[in-house]
Design a protein around this ligand. Structure first.
Ligand SMILES: NC(=O)c1ccc[n+]([C@@H]2O[C@H](COP(=O)([O-])OP(=O)(O)OC[C@H]3O[C@@H](n4cnc5c(N)ncnc54)[C@H](OP(=O)(O)O)[C@@H]3O)[C@@H](O)[C@H]2O)c1
Length: 356
């Protein structure tokens, strides 16, 4: 029998943390050993997360105690604050899966898009970007996995088969509808119930959203090397106009992406065939004829994809639906943990969604 891995979570009082607790508690090869939160330090798990009352017993601790007690640390903490906490773990020889943006980009990209000096650029060479389906071969044995952003996961998964097959035009538009939990649990005015309900609003459009950098980098690499690629190799990709819209739902992302390839001898059937071939054998990806919808992945770690060719406009329209807290965060983090440790890729994960 495999010995259980002692795992800890920093940022366990946030939405990413909650999804990690759920998945790691049901993982057969994990002992969820310690949880960190500043707000709930010394308090029992159910004070913060009532859905776990009577199921799991934990008391929140400080960051240092959690790092010390565990072999693998998951970070569901904000960018900027995460890198110094990751350094504690790396210096102590521990392994890290980081859900924040601190290790997703090069130092230059990070400083350009996040407008701040990278706290620990010396750790960047250790990091591997883990959009699992594209980077699976690079992850085993990695000490520091940078888990992708939720919107970036959706748009990149929708567009990667086109990039790898030379079917992206020079420009790509990614229109993303995203649920409110994407902004995290801490309250703020734009995400107040009365601001969000019965309302759809664009935000950070026209080249201002930080996930643009991740999508462009991922598509550049997919274009250069097909499916199995080196995360640290940078190749110029297409220019992506990424335009997110906040919609009044708790979870979920629907990415609708547009590009006009140079080749115009396309049809939807052929494109679907290309997508099926690209994601053949990927247990969390469903390519289907029907258009995807967010409810089908609510609470699930799967991503549903489809694609159409609009022959009139000669535009390819690619779709992805995923749960921002599932494949977009905790689900992909545990998937990456499984790949790093050579465990079956879906252990601990939730495949079926919740409907209604
Ligand atoms: N929400 C999503 O859909 C999503 C998807 C992909 C990636 N992410 C990324 O995952 C990370 C967590 O997101 P989230 O949605 O879970 O956010 P969240 O609900 O706001 O939770 C953030 C957690 O970080 C802790 N925290 C806040 N400030 C901190 C600081 N300065 N130092 C240490 N800990 C701090 C908070 O706990 P205490 O205050 O109790 O310590 C809280 O538990 C973020 O980097 C986010 O960008 C989120």
């Amino acid at each position: 029998m495999t010995q259980k891995v002692r795992v800890g979570i920093l940022g366990a009082s946030g939405y990413g943390g909650s999804g990690l607790i759920e998945r790691l508690e049901r993982h057969p090869h994990v002992e969820l050993a310690a949880l960190a939160s500043r707000q709930f330090e010394g308090q029992p798990l159910a004070t913060c997360w009532p859905q776990f009352a009577g199921l799991f017993e934990h008391t929140f601790q400080d960051h240092e105690s959690v790092v010390e007690a565990c072999e693998v640390l998951f970070y569901a903490t904000p960018h900027g604050a995460t890198a110094p906490l990751v350094k504690l773990a790396i210096d102590a020889g521990k392994n890290v899966i980081d859900l924040s943006a601190d290790f997703r980009l090069t130092q230059n990209e990070y400083e350009t898009w996040y407008g701040q000096t990278h706290p620990h650029p010396e750790l960047l060479p250790l990091a591997r970007y883990g959009l699992t389906e594209l980077h699976r071969e690079e992850l085993p044995g990695t000490q520091l996995v940078a888990n992708p952003g939720c919107n970036a996961s959706a748009a990149s998964l929708a567009l990667a088969p086109l990039a790898a097959n030379g079917l992206l035009g020079e420009n790509v538009i990614a229109h993303v509808a995203t649920g409110v939990s994407g902004a995290g649990r801490a309250p703020s005015l734009p995400f107040h119930f009365t601001e969000v309900t019965e309302n759809v609003k664009p935000y950070k459009v026209a080249g201002t959203h930080r996930h643009t950098a991740e999508i462009e980098a991922t598509l550049g690499r997919a274009k250069a090397s097909g499916k199995r690629l080196e995360t640290h190799r940078r190749t110029a990709g297409p220019v992506v106009s990424f335009n997110p819209h906040l919609v009044p739902m708790t979870r979920g992302i629907l990415a609708t992406c547009y590009t006009r390839p140079e080749k115009n001898l396309l049809d939807s059937e052929r494109l679907l065939g290309i997508y099926r071939e690209y994601y053949r054998g990927d247990p969390l990806i469903i390519v289907q004829d029907e258009l995807p919808q967010t409810k089908a992945v609510y609470g699930s770690d799967r991503t549903i994809l489809s694609v159409r060719y609009d022959a009139r406009s000669q535009i390819v329209v690619a779709f992805a639906a995923l749960d921002n807290l599932g494949k977009g965060a905790a689900g992909q983090a545990v998937q990456n943990f499984n790949v790093v440790n050579d465990f079956e890729e879906t252990l601990g994960l939730q495949l079926e969604g919740v409907w209604p």
